[in-house]
Design a protein around this ligand. Structure first.
Ligand SMILES: [Fe+2]
Ligand SMILES: [Fe+2]
Length: 181
């Protein structure tokens, strides 16, 4: 398996892990107990810094190679690329709400919960389609040269939470994951 594909699959496992935490926090919000908004904020900052910035663009490059080799993948690729934009929008909105809460502004509980649950469900179903359909097709279709092109098309940016060096900003999120796993 190419290093790129390995990285994308590892990213999915890490993201899925964070979505479980977000979902647990949403349950706490729902029950009107005190949720850990700093933790949720860290997760959503991470989502905009790594998945939106590196994981999805890497997939977009791979998807372009896929449709160049396999015309029948056009529809699914168009959908997934559209969803990358949708995820950035939904994630950005949820992130803003969390910032407001942490800053002490009033945010309606129902609206926060809806935005959080919507984001979680959307990202989960997006990753499921990639795992079950788009990734296997890419693995079948891309040549060694295609993978090399995808790799060289990305600037080297490592994961600031799950990568070799944990960014200071994400130290408490990292510690939380270590404790809970
Ligand atoms: Fe994706
Ligand atoms: Fe993905």
């Amino acid at each position: 398996m190419s290093g790129i594909m390995q990285q994308l699959k590892t990213d999915h496992r890490n993201i899925a892990r964070l979505l479980v935490t977000l979902e647990q926090q949403m349950e706490i919000v729902h029950e009107e107990r005190s949720a850990d908004f700093d933790l949720m904020l860290d997760i959503m900052i991470y989502m905009t810094q790594y998945p939106d910035h590196t994981h999805h663009p890497m997939e977009d490059l791979m998807f372009e190679k896929l449709i160049a080799q396999d015309d029948s993948a056009k529809e699914i690729v168009a959908r997934l690329e559209r969803e990358h934009e949708g995820l950035a929008d939904k994630g950005g909105r949820f992130l803003e709400m969390l910032r407001h809460v942490v800053d002490g502004a009033l945010v309606e509980r129902d609206a926060l919960e809806e935005a959080g649950r919507d984001y979680i469900a959307f990202l989960r179903s997006h990753m499921e389609i990639e795992d079950s359909e788009a990734f296997p097709r890419a693995e079948r279709a891309l040549s060694e040269q295609d993978w090399a092109d995808v790799e060289s098309g990305m600037d080297a940016r490592t994961d600031p939470v799950f990568g070799p060096v944990v960014a200071d900003q994400f130290r408490s999120l990292y510690d939380y994951i270590q404790r809970e796993s």
